[in-house]
Design a protein around this ligand. Structure first.
Ligand SMILES: [Zn+2]
Ligand SMILES: [Zn+2]
Length: 352
């Protein structure tokens, strides 16, 4: 193989095994594809789940990563919205724009896409990536943008906003509890403030993450490893509970905590990726007019969020704590994998 057709990429080799190695540079397979040269990417909590072996459909040899920005290298014959040299934001959700689900704005369930990058097809933790249905799955980066901030728009900001804030029906003056103060919980905290709720209570067992949450606009913090979260929330809400409880962890205990703190008429909005069943206490909730929502991010709000970041109404860059070269990604995984100890939120990997 000719040297110029080789690139470097982070490759999954089964649970706990990965390496930064040479792979063939991706090529156009369909006329709707684009090849993007990655300039910045990041690591997601989902990638750590994959590394643990929790996502069995990821095959040995798969390049990981579903977030990033880059520059168009090549486009398929039917791509007209992008051309070589354009700077683009890559959505974590690939969508054809034509199927029944896409027509309903439910891109996450696109019959020809959905979450496939770094999952069912090769992803963005590489020097180059092939993006199917480029016209619907990429966004132009406006001139003069802070490109690092835009990496937060591939996944975590739309996820926190759509699955947490929009599904949670946050209203002006309402009370909100967010369980989990990791990047996704913090993304929900940042975007919840579009709606000026009266209270945003962050719950997490890590004091550093709660301190970050306070800086990001939480009105109250609860360390649930030291305090009784249910008692404290009752005290903060006149014994009512919260109008919106956002689950941003993905374990049974945190979902069940949402059931204990939700006020009559409230919404439990789940974001967490759950691997085990949680108990639904219908014997307590049946008469409380509760709504429970689930969702995989559709990224339909990405154009709106792009404008809020661009106009500095949303300071997405606050979520970035560490920087690495893309070629140093093995170390970046170490840091991100020990997030509490390293005080890590999002890491930026640059390839320039
Ligand atoms: Zn992700
Ligand atoms: Zn579709």
């Amino acid at each position: 193989m000719h040297q110029k057709n080789i690139m470097k990429a982070l490759v999954y080799h089964g649970a706990t095994k990965k390496s930064w190695e040479e792979k063939p540079k991706p090529a156009i397979l369909q006329s709707t594809d684009a090849i993007v040269r990655i300039t910045k990417t990041t690591i997601c909590g989902t990638d750590l789940h994959i590394m643990k072996g929790d996502v069995p459909e990821v095959e040995d040899g798969r390049i990981l990563g579903h977030e990033g920005i880059g520059v168009i290298e090549e486009t398929g014959a039917s791509v007209t919205a992008f051309k070589k040299g354009d700077k683009v934001l890559i959505s974590c959700i690939t969508s054809c724009g034509k199927c029944d689900y896409c027509k309903r704005g439910m891109y996450s369930h696109c019959e020809n896409g959905g979450w496939i990058l770094g999952h069912l097809i090769d992803g963005t933790q590489a020097e180059y990536v092939r993006i199917p249905f480029a016209e619907n799955s990429l966004y132009h980066i406006p001139e003069g943008s802070d490109e690092e901030a835009l990496v937060m728009l591939s996944d975590i900001l739309p996820t926190g906003f759509e699955c947490g804030v929009l599904n949670g029906k946050i209203q002006p003056g309402s009370s909100v509890a967010i369980i989990g103060s990791g990047p996704i919980g913090l993304a929900a905290l940042l975007t919840a403030q579009f709606y000026t709720p009266a209270q945003i209570i962050m719950i997490d067992p890590d004091d550093n993450r709660l301190e970050v949450a306070t800086k990001f606009g939480a009105t109250h913090i609860i360390n649930n490893s030291k305090e009784d979260a249910v008692e404290k929330i009752k005290a903060l809400t006149n014994k009512k509970g919260v109008d919106t409880a956002i689950e941003a962890v993905g374990v049974p205990a945190t979902f069940e905590l949402c059931e204990d703190i939700i006020a009559p008429g409230g919404v439990i909005a789940n974001i967490g990726v759950h691997g085990k069943s949680a108990t639904l206490h219908l014997e307590k909730l049946w008469a409380h007019n509760i709504t429970i929502t689930t969702r995989l991010v559709d990224t339909v709000t990405t154009p709106m969020l792009l404008k809020t970041v661009q106009s500095k109404k949303l300071d997405a860059k606050k979520l970035i704590t560490h920087h690495f070269k893309l070629s140093d990604i093995m170390n970046a995984y170490e840091t991100f994998g020990h997030a509490a100890k390293e005080k890590a939120l999002k890491v930026i990997l640059s390839n320039e």
